[in-house]
Design a protein around this ligand. Sequence first.
Ligand code: PFF
Ligand code: NA
Length: 530
Amino acid sequence: MEVKKRENWGSTLGFVLAIAGSAIGLGNVWKFPYITGQNGGGAFVLVYLFCIFLLGMPIMLCEMAIGRKTRQNPYGAFRMLEVRRSRLSKVLGWLLIGMGLVMLCSGKWGFALLTFAASALVLKLGFAAVGLFSLFAAMLILSYYSVIGGWIVEYVYKAFSGQLNVPDVESAEKLFSDFIGNPMQVTRWHLLFLGLAALMIWCGIRNGIERWSKILMPTLFFLLVALLLRGVTLSGASKGVAFFLTPDFSKLTAAGALEALGHAFYTLSLGMAITITYGSYLGRDKNIFTSALWVVLLDTGAALLAGLAIFPAVFAMGFDPSDGPSLIFKVLPATFYNFPGGFGWLWAGLFFLMLTIAALTSAASLFECGVTFLIDQLGLKRSVAVILCYVGIGGFGVLTSVSCATWEHLPGVHGVLEYVFGEVKSKNWFVLLDYVTSNWMLPLSGLFTAIFVGWVWTTRKAGRELRISAGSLVDENLITYLSGFRGEPLYRSSRNHGLTVMTLWGLLVRFVAPVVILALFLQSIGVNLG
Ligand code: PFF
Ligand code: NA
């Protein structure tokens, strides 16, 4: 099979920072801290780490291997690797129909319809459907991610121009709802933010994303550490540290554990085409395994730093963090405003700047998926692909930005818009998109990816792409058999111990990941597992 010539990352560092840039985003700075707070602090962190290393990282290795092996966008990649249409894809297609029926019976007809659509796609296209599906998820996510990105840029502007005068949470709340209620303003910032992401990838991999990531990611960590030092040196900060890290196993429920698992996927940007796309630009001489390890460590480090920067400050200023989602736009501005010694605006500005960087590198990674797809499948020039994506996603994102609007801001067209978008607004488009993508699309595509690598492409071939094999043949024991590495050269030491890093990975991908993700999936769409 002919492999097309393709641009490569300049260095492993560049690749790692770009993927870390995708991984580190609102999930680390905003979501991780508050779900940790709600689920028993340190106890939750332990479960989360477990999920990251035993499920997140193995799947990340799969995606990187798929990308590098095929040097294709996800759709082309699955198509290329599924040489013959596998029988397994048929089985899975029918299984999806079955799941759809279960959903129908439990009254989840929305999910049921989506699931039937997905099953039709799988029956028609085989595993290539998974590639398309994850690309679709990526574009949907980008359309609303960019709107939140816009909010954040607006807050940087607000902070530095002295408009963030919010002594208490109530006034912060008012400021926030006034802002998101104004659709013109929100749309403007959304398009600006998406434009920045487009700019990042306009110049390609090496001169675009890689160069930007090498500047932005160190800046991000620098700002995080600065905020952390400020936070923990406030008086009363220790309560916040305790809230974040003290393990309280009584607060950890089964639902909390599943949440940790779901978050492990979300935080590593898995199941949404990104790691396959970025992996497709990785040179053959680079080590996938160490790259993935670094990404996981950086992402987890950022999440922990963010928690340690946020909670001490919130507690020291006497606010309540249990608020959850509204934490960053409501509680934090008020927290910064009350910092002793003034300069609250500066800390707020730095915080939102840090958040802008985090969100921007994540958005760029989503954007690149669409662009790579258009370049590969339609043979478009990069610049044309970027413009097409910008117009398509930007336009679609407007639905999100107006979905939070109060309509008084649009005199004249008010009536028309109410008529056209009233429906969308009442269903809360924003929440719907987030819910469907993170709870339905990501686990599903993660599940199919694991099954595909484990059983269709096989861990044995994927393992060669990971290139940590060395030495001569293994003994044929049960573990090498189950993990799919029978008759494959692994570590020399494996002659003595059947369980190596590779066989462990094989077992996780073939058995553990599919079962656990399936459980997560059923749970999150509301099928009670009892
Ligand atoms: N991984 C990112 C985070 O933790 O914030 C979130 C994210 C980025 C989700 C890109 C989805 C995405 F496509
Ligand atoms: Na993340």
